[in-house]
Design a protein around this ligand. Structure first.
Ligand SMILES: [Fe+2]
Ligand SMILES: [Fe+2]
Length: 558
């Protein structure tokens, strides 16, 4: 039905019937990429003039109308929205159209349209079931396409010819004076128009979905700008337009370059999608870097966080994660500073994208990258909280493995599997006279002796690898890891001698400093031997040292 009418060679000097009794009555302004179309629905004395236009075109429009019908048969003048290219010529129509003619709009449109100064009354579609009854069964149905690009923007659908009048939707910046689109190539002209004119992709998709749902039988799309298209092109155009990113000038600051804004917009969307899926900081940093590299020559992403106890921590895929304190790199032209979000009480974070020398970042893209700030902030805070919790856990574990009096480990530490697995030497050390000290000088003095011996032990073992353990009341155990027998004997002898020379002064007036001595049994612990067996051997030698005079070391060769 329709496509034969949309011929490439159609003569636009006169009215063009784009569907049965639906006419294009616009005027193509030579060389203008922003053509504004008017349409006429022929319906006896209930005929409809749609988006009549401005002073630039109205005389031509009326001339075409007259070739179809008497303007006094126009009962309805539809203004799909309030822009001057749609309806600033309304007052011209006052005395030309039907005596009972109305301007068709909705309430927000009415508020503005009255300022054009027409004397025609208004017909608000929301008060009339969103429709105009034409002749016979024909109707003109209305629906809102809000914010596209006027809050109360309307689209309408003529039920007999199945023409959808979309106003600014599907408009295009056109080159040449071809009235009809014959292939999807027109979409490029549509895309640019919508990127510039429509406020957001979400709003655009909502409007398109509404039209699809309300008017699924559409055969012809008649926009107010650009080109008319029909049949096979209708839904593919809907599909393509649904993917267009709009509202991108929200990002514009100094940079109005459309390509940059589109790249920034795409980056923002991808970041949002990517970051939603990453909770772990290293994962998030990796993904963000990969994404940034797609859009920019980013070498790496670096995030610095200042913590109260650890200085500045660096997190970067190249440098590793987890907080080697490093000095923050200074701001420089090749190191764009991305983000500094500082919610109350949150750690201070600086994020840098490190670029190769001489690469400058478009401002619009820098803005998109700032979107990184919040997820990194959140991930960083979680990361720090986890670190703090892990440290606290380690502290508690360490405390339960310590003897509070001497600061040495307690015997629970020996249940650690590593002690049993590794080859080592074991020293069992026992004070020779603690009971005497306690009886003579009191338990405080006894505790001082125990602390003094503990200091001697700690002074003779390697902090990282060896273990000093308070094994019982006056008994100590030392694990010397990967120690040969001679080294073990050497350490044992040193401990014995230093304890012998230990002097502990008490607060008792006139009392001479307390002295003590230790007996030590040494045993070698081969790998994988049951630790209890080794301790038993060391214990026997300790007993032997005790029974053979005390203050001596008994070794495996003795
Ligand atoms: Fe407009
Ligand atoms: Fe328009």
């Amino acid at each position: 039905m329709t496509t034969e009418r949309l011929r490439p060679d159609v003569d636009t000097a006169g009215p063009v019937e784009i569907a049965p009794r639906v006419w294009w009555v616009g005027h193509l302004i030579p060389g203008d990429r922003f053509q504004a179309h008017a349409y006429l629905i022929e319906a006896g004395d209930r005929s409809v003039l749609i988006d009549p236009g401005s002073a630039l075109t109205i005389e031509h429009v009326l001339e075409k109308v007259r070739q179809v019908l008497d303007p006094r048969d126009i009962r309805w003048v539809v203004a799909h929205h309030t822009d001057p290219d749609v309806c600033s010529a309304l007052p011209v129509l006052d005395d030309l159209v039907h005596p009972d003619a109305h301007i068709v709009t909705e309430w927000r449109g009415q508020a503005l349209l009255r300022h054009y100064g027409s004397s025609l009354p208004f017909y608000l579609v929301e008060d009339h079931d969103w429709r105009i009854d034409l002749d016979g069964e024909r109707r003109l149905d209305f629906t809102l396409i809000p914010y596209l690009h006027f809050p109360g923007a309307l689209a309408s659908y003529e039920t007999a010819s199945r023409v959808l009048f979309t106003c600014d939707l599907f408009g295009g910046f056109t080159v040449g004076d071809e009235l009809f689109a014959h292939d999807l190539g027109y979409f490029d002209e549509i895309r640019a128009f919508h990127e510039h004119y429509m406020p957001s992709g979400d709003i655009l998709r909502a409007g398109l979905d509404n039209l699809r749902h309300r008017f699924p039988d559409t055969r012809v799309v008649a926009p107010q700008h650009g080109r008319i298209f029909a049949d096979d092109l209708v839904w593919p155009m809907f599909d393509r337009l649904s993917d267009v990113e709009c509202g991108i000038f929200l990002m514009a600051q100094d940079d109005l370059h459309l390509a940059n804004l589109l790249a920034a917009s795409a980056l923002e969307r991808r970041l949002a999608q990517t970051l939603l899926g990453s909770a772990e900081l290293p994962d998030l940093a990796d993904r963000s870097t990969i994404l940034l590299r797609e859009f920019l020559p980013v070498e790496r992403l670096e995030a610095y966080v200042e913590t109260t106890d650890e200085g500045t921590l660096l997190f970067s895929p190249e440098e590793g994660y987890g907080g080697t304190p490093v000095p923050a790199i200074p701001y420089g032209p090749t190191v764009p500073y991305l983000a500094l979000p500082q919610p109350e009480g949150a750690p201070s974070i600086r994020v840098y994208a490190v670029l190769p020398d001489g690469v400058e970042i478009p401002r619009s893209l820098a803005r998109a990258m700032i979107q990184l700030a919040q997820p990194i902030q959140i991930a960083m805070s979680e990361h720090l909280a986890r670190r703090a919790a892990a440290r606290e856990r380690q502290r508690i574990i360490a405390e339960t493995l310590r003897d509070p009096l001497t600061g040495l480990h307690n015997r629970r530490v020996l249940s650690d599997a590593h002690v049993a697995e590794d080859p080592s030497a074991i020293l069992m050390i026992d004070l020779d006279n603690l009971k005497d000290v306690n009886d003579a000088a009191g338990h405080d003095a006894g505790d001082q002796i125990l602390q003094g011996v503990a200091r001697v032990i700690l002074g003779n073992i390697r902090q990282r690898s060896d273990l000093g353990v308070r094994y019982g009341g006056d008994e100590f155990l030392v694990v010397l890891r990967e120690a040969g027998q001679s080294h073990a004997i050497e350490v044992a002898e040193r401990i014995r001698q230093q304890v012998e020379h230990l002097r502990v002064t008490t607060i008792q007036d006139g009392a001479s400093p307390l002295r003590t001595s230790v007996s030590i049994g040494v045993a070698m612990h081969p790998s994988r031997e049951d630790l209890g067996m080794t301790i038993l051997r060391a214990d026997r030698r300790l007993y032997e040292a005790k029974s053979t005079g005390r203050n001596r070391v008994i070794t495996p060769s003795d």
